[in-house]
Design a binder for this molecule. Structure first.
Ligand SMILES: NC(=O)c1ccc[n+]([C@@H]2O[C@H](COP(=O)([O-])OP(=O)(O)OC[C@H]3O[C@@H](n4cnc5c(N)ncnc54)[C@H](OP(=O)(O)O)[C@@H]3O)[C@@H](O)[C@H]2O)c1
Length: 322
């Protein structure tokens, strides 16, 4: 097995290793020891305060680390993919002039689709970074388990990588080749920098209808998550207190965790944008779903326990279903 294939397999195994324990804990009773262990790893902030010991925990405001990592890593991958896409573009034009080759055309489509996916991810992680700094006001006592912290760091390393895993091996070769060329010849002689930069966005406009449907779903989830986060943030800013209250407005009228629901919609949008033919992206989506459904179940239980007058018609995360 080649190194690239092995790396891809490793990524898939990692997603499955993340999904399985959460699935098992979800089907077990909440009083089972395994469920409680998983809850202590996954809970944060208000739901974490159910647990008394602060051993092996970090402040919940360390969420900031996830988004700093996500922004740096996604931007780097986006830049490499975009440069690689430009390389494929010029190869396509050269082949077209000399008769053309269909596999280069399909490669070109996959690469530009990957650029588009990473662009959407970039839009998401920048907003999350902004919200973590300016919108949320994590209470000083809010904590999360160290396992949850490392899971978050893993997630924001593996998620952008999964989105580009189909062209990652070629991108790596391209980067090393480009770097060698750059150090050997200097920037004015390097072939990958000699592009018609004016036309470098045009191929993005030729993506298929799957990409535009996926992007629309992504934007729909993105807007609602932005609104729901603003509502959560305003509760803290308005009240100037660390007390929790029942949130109202937007999707909060139908579910207790609309920001988690919106996250699922966002990653569903990315899955559709990818065309749905890559198992790694399906596994990434699967992890987001099981992880957030589990977290929403814990949050719903917390709300029902904490507020006697909590609206009983509100589901945990899936409107009218769950
Ligand atoms: N892709 C993934 O797998 C994944 C995993 C985790 C999170 N996320 C995303 O990250 C975002 C944030 O997640 P999170 O778990 O940090 O959200 P959260 O626990 O709901 O907390 C968000 C902020 O709102 C405050 N808050 C929550 N409920 C409140 C209430 N009833 N009254 C007053 N303040 C309240 C929290 O305060 P406290 O700090 O005091 O609790 C915190 O400052 C979500 O949109 C989620 O989708 C994604």
């Amino acid at each position: 097995m080649e190194l690239e294939e092995f790396a891809k397999l490793l990524l898939r195994v990692a997603w499955i290793a993340g999904i399985l324990p959460i699935l098992v804990a979800s089907v077990l009773s909440s009083s089972s020891r395994f469920h409680q262990l998983l809850s202590s790893f996954a809970n944060r902030g208000k739901t974490f305060s159910l647990f008394t010991s602060n051993k092996f925990t970090v402040p919940q405001r360390f969420f900031l680390h996830f988004y700093v990592l996500a922004v740096v890593w996604t931007t780097l991958l986006l830049l490499i993919t975009w440069l690689y896409a430009l390389g494929v573009e010029s190869a396509t034009i050269a082949n077209h002039l000399t008769g053309g080759e269909s596999h280069i055309l399909s490669r070109r489509y996959i690469v530009w689709r990957t650029v588009f996916l990473l662009l959407l991810m970039e839009v998401q992680v920048w907003r999350r970074l902004y919200e973590t700094v300016y919108v949320f006001n994590y209470s000083p006592t809010a904590r999360m388990h160290i396992v949850g912290y490392f899971t978050g760091l893993f997630f924001y390393t593996a998620a952008p990588l999964s989105l580009c895993s189909r062209c990652a091996p070629d991108m790596v070769k391209f980067s090393f080749h480009g770097l060698a060329e750059f150090t050997g010849k200097g920037q004015y002689e390097v072939s990958f920098l000699k592009f018609d930069w004016s036309g470098f966005v045009n191929p993005l406009m030729k993506l298929g209808w799957f990409q535009w449907i996926g992007a629309s779903i992504f934007i729909w989830g993105w807007i609602h998550q932005c609104r729901c986060h603003a509502i959560l943030g305003s509760l803290r800013h308005k009240e100037h207190t660390n007390e929790y209250v029942v949130p109202h407005g937007d999707w909060f009228e139908i579910v207790s965790c609309p920001h988690y629901l919106a996250e699922i919609v966002i990653y569903g949008g990315l899955l559709i944008t990818s065309g749905g033919s890559d198992l790694t992206i399906w596994l990434l989506f699967g992890f987001v779903v099981v992880n957030l459904v589990f977290a929403a179940t814990e949050t719903q239980r917390w709300y029902l326990r904490k507020f006697e007058n909590y609206p009983r018609t509100r589901g945990a995360i899936l409107p009218f279903v769950y």
